[in-house]
Design a protein around this ligand. Structure first.
Ligand SMILES: C[S@@+](CC[C@H](N)C(=O)[O-])C[C@H]1O[C@@H](n2cnc3c(N)ncnc32)[C@H](O)[C@@H]1O
Length: 402
């Protein structure tokens, strides 16, 4: 049976409208650990009517409509992913797990032409065999979908099918099972433009979270003096330009039954191009000591059409002088080398030197710096300078403000 051009029966269409689009649902946003508060603030700006029920490290639970989640996916610069909760129950036996899964009205959430895959994780639960859980889930979903679409065999099998599939996430935590549907697709730090990578780039969502935490738009100048591939400057420029974060990419919800491509295109049109809401922002200066990194950053700025908004140069951070910025409010953002990029004996003197250089740039400058947590004490930085604890590539970091 081929469901390439899905014909959704009228009664199902009606139920999709009523139960998927006309109601509020519970969602879970995956955000950069440590940046939950700034992410929540950003979400509230995009969807003022949403209600937040809880905040945990790395995530926010809230409710809103599917139209709102479409807007959040398109506009949020801080979130990594949004998942829609579809059911939660206690599961100690496979039979119960399978029975509860087969009761979910899958035909409301899944278009018959779309391939589906499962992402299953378990912790401290009696049901922990993810292979068996997946078999049960596949069987429950197939039985349920076949009642509406006889012959449906939409389980993703090949790597290609899996890569573009609708993911259903099942999490068992202390025997509590939560079933969610991914609304996002590829993680949101993939903005949809081609990126050229240098050593240890930070993710777009991470950079945007730091810029928002720092209150970027209150400054006259943004200095990104160890710019690497240029992610901070790029995110800052796109924010200034008012370009919706996800305007160049696709989302999982676009394949949901009843999704209106026309109204989404209209929304994107009203938010971009000449209609984009430009935000006042600082003049942006990106530089790096490494010429190759500067070339890469330049290519990234070209790719995303912001080259004319960023002053780019090869420069040693330690040669930057205060005199260039007198009477201006300057924000410095620094993601210096850490981890494998720098030998252990050099790391502490290097960070001490950075802190001294920032002190030289005062009082005009305010700097937000990522510092490896394990050397924080020895740098002499006071706890009162620590804005939050986060991590990058498995390394624990403190975001400090001096
Ligand atoms: C971890 S990377 C920064 C990654 C960047 N945030 C990104 O997203 O691509 C650190 C960068 O600091 C640069 N760097 C190291 N010492 C420097 C110095 N004295 N002046 C300027 N840049 C320096 C390195 O060349 C490297 O590109």
């Amino acid at each position: 049976v081929i469901f390439d051009k899905p014909i959704i029966p009228k009664n199902i269409s009606r139920r999709i409208k009523q139960n998927l689009y006309a109601k509020e649902h519970s969602f879970f946003a995956v955000v950069q650990p440590g940046f939950e508060i700034i992410a929540e603030k950003e979400f509230m700006k995009i969807v003022p009517s949403m209600s937040v029920s809880s905040r945990v490290r790395g995530g926010i639970e809230f409710s809103c409509s599917v139209d709102d989640i479409r807007n959040l996916n398109l506009l949020s610069r801080t979130a990594t992913r949004f998942m829609m909760r579809v059911d939660s129950f206690r599961a100690i036996y496979f039979e119960r797990f399978r029975e509860r899964l087969s009761r979910i009205p899958w035909e409301i959430y899944i278009s018959p032409s779309v391939k589906v895959s499962f992402s299953i994780s378990c912790s401290e639960s009696r049901l922990y065999h993810t292979g068996r859980l997946e078999e049960e889930a596949v069987s429950a979903l197939s039985t349920s979908m076949n009642q509406t679409y006889p012959g449906w065999d939409g389980i993703a099998m090949t790597a290609d099918e899996k890569a573009s599939s609708q993911v259903i996430l099942i999490r068992l935590d202390k025997d509590d099972c939560t079933v969610s549907i991914d609304t996002t697709g590829e993680p949101l730090y993939k903005r949809g433009y081609r990126t050229f990578v240098e050593k240890a780039p930070i993710r777009e969502t991470f950079a945007a979270s730091i810029l928002l935490t720092a209150g970027m738009s209150d400054y006259d100048v943004l200095l990104d003096p160890m710019c690497g591939s240029g992610v901070f400057s790029l995110e800052a420029a796109l924010m200034k330009k008012g370009e919706p974060a996800g305007i160049r990419r696709k989302f999982a919800f676009e394949k949901w039954p009843g999704f209106s491509a026309a109204s989404f295109e209209y929304l994107k049109k009203t938010l971009s191009g000449d209609s984009a809401v430009r935000v006042p922002g600082p003049e942006i200066f990106a530089s790096d000591i490494d010429e190759k990194a500067v070339v890469t950053a330049g290519k990234n700025f070209d790719e995303s059409g912001v080259s004319d908004m960023i002053n780019l140069s090869v420069k040693d951070f330690f040669t930057i002088a205060r005199s260039g910025f007198e009477r201006k409010k300057v924000l410095v953002v620094l993601n210096p080398p850490y981890g494998k990029r720098i030998v252990p004996d050099e790391i502490l003197p290097f960070y001490k030197r950075i802190i001294l250089q920032v002190a030289n740039l005062k009082p005009e400058c305010c700097a937000y710096i990522l510092v490896p947590s394990k050397i924080l004490k020895n740098t002499g930085i006071s706890q009162s300078n620590v804005v939050l604890q986060c991590n990058n590539g498995g390394i624990a970091l403190a975001l400090i403000r001096i």
